[in-house]
Design a protein around this ligand. Structure first.
Ligand code: PXL
Length: 278
C-alpha cells in the first residue's frame, strides 16, 4: 500500500484540512500519516476559534521517523500557519524527498481575492519559495496572484492570462502548476495545469454549481494526492478530484437540512471509490 504524509492543521469542526484529508485518502486505499500543525476549535472563518500551536512537535516527530527510516510515497501540505512552519516543512522536504516520491503543495492562504485571517503578502512570497520545491502545486487564482505579487485578476480573464500565470508559477520551480477554480466559459468551472517540462497545458471543467463552500480546496487536493499515489497520471488525477468535488457539492445542494459549512463529502465517498476503480 502507498503511504503519504500530510502536513496541516486539525480544525475540530468545519470539514477542512485533516478532517477531510484523512478520510478521503484512506477511502482511496492509501495510508495517510500526519503531522498536525495546530489544533483549532473550528477553521478561521468562524469567529472566536481557539488555536493551539503544535510547531514544537514537528521536529521531534520527524527526528523519530528518521531513526525509524520511515519514508513516504508523497508529501502533501495544506494550511500552514507561520513562517516557522514554512521553514520546518522546507527541512522536511529536504529530509524525506527521494527520487521516486512526490511533493504536492496546496498553498492554502485565501480565496475570492482575499487572504484568510493571519496571512500577509510576505507570507505568500515565502509560500511561493517553498512551492519551488514541489512536484505539483495547487493554488486557486487568489493564492496564485499573491504568490506572484500580482493583482487578483477577478472573473474577467482569458485562457492566455491563465497560461501566463501558470508559466510564472512553474518559474518558481514547481514541476507542474495547477490553478483551481478557473472558468473559461460561462456556467463552467475547472482547473488548468502546465507541465513545466513538456510545456503541455491541460484543462478540465464541469458545470458550475450555484454554491461556494468552505473546504472544497482541501477535498480537491486530498483527492488529487490519493489519485496520484494510486498511480493515476497528474491529469487523470485532476479529473478525478474535479469529478469528486462536483459530486460532493451536488449532494450538499440536495440536502435541504445541511449545515451551513463544508460539503457532504462523506456520502460521496462511494462515488469516489467507484471512480478510482474504473
Ligand atoms: O480550508 C482551508 C483551511 C484550513 N485550515 C484552517 C483554515 C482554512 C481556511 O480558512 O482556517 C485553519
Amino acid at each position: 500500500m502507498k503511504r503519504i504524509l500530510t502536513i496541516q492543521d486539525i480544525s475540530c469542526v468545519g470539514k477542512c484540512s485533516l478532517t477531510v484529508a484523512l478520510p478521503i485518502i484512506s477511502a482511496m486505499g492509501v495510508e495517510a500519516a500526519v503531522i498536525p500543525t495546530a489544533v483549532l476549535s473550528t477553521h478561521t472563518m468562524f469567529s472566536g476559534f481557539t488555536f493551539h500551536d503544535l510547531t514544537g512537535e514537528i521536529t521531534p516527530i520527524t527526528e523519530h521517523w528518521k531513526k525509524e527510516k520511515i519514508d513516504f510515497d508523497a508529501i502533501y501540505t495544506g494550511y500552514l500557519g507561520s513562517f516557522e512552519q514554512l521553514a520546518l516543512v522546507d527541512n522536511i522536504f529536504d529530509d524525506f524527498k527521494t527520487n521516486d516520491n512526490l511533493i504536492i503543495i496546496d498553498p492554502v492562504m485565501g480565496d475570492a481575492g482575499k487572504l484568510y485571517k493571519g496571512f500577509s503578502q510576505e507570507f505568500a512570497f515565502s509560500m511561493a519559495k517553498l512551492c519551488g520545491k514541489a512536484d505539483v502545486i495547487l493554488p486557486n487564482l487568489t493564492e496564485a496572484a499573491y504568490m506572484l505579487g500580482e493583482d487578483y485578476i477577478g472573473a474577467s480573464y482569458t485562457e492566455s492570462d491563465i497560461k501566463v500565470l501558470l508559466q510564472r508559477l512553474c518559474a518558481l520551480g514547481a514541476k507542474t502548476a495547477v490553478i483551481t477554480g478557473v472558468s473559461l466559459e460561462e456556467g463552467r468551472v475547472g482547473v488548468m495545469a502546465l507541465d513545466g517540462k513538456s510545456g503541455e497545458y491541460f484543462y478540465y471543467d464541469r458545470e458550475h454549481l450555484p454554491a461556494a463552500y468552505h473546504g472544497t480546496g482541501d477535498i480537491y487536493a486530498s483527492t488529487f494526492t490519493g489519485a496520484v499515489s494510486r498511480g493515476y497520471t497528474v491529469n487523470e488525477s485532476l479529473k478525478i478530484a474535479t469529478d469528486y468535488t462536483v459530486e460532493c457539492i451536488k449532494l450538499t445542494l440536495e440536502d435541504k437540512n445541511g449545515r451551513d459549512y463544508g460539503v457532504n463529502f462523506e456520502q460521496a465517498i462511494p462515488f469516489l471509490v467507484k471512480r478510482i476503480g474504473e
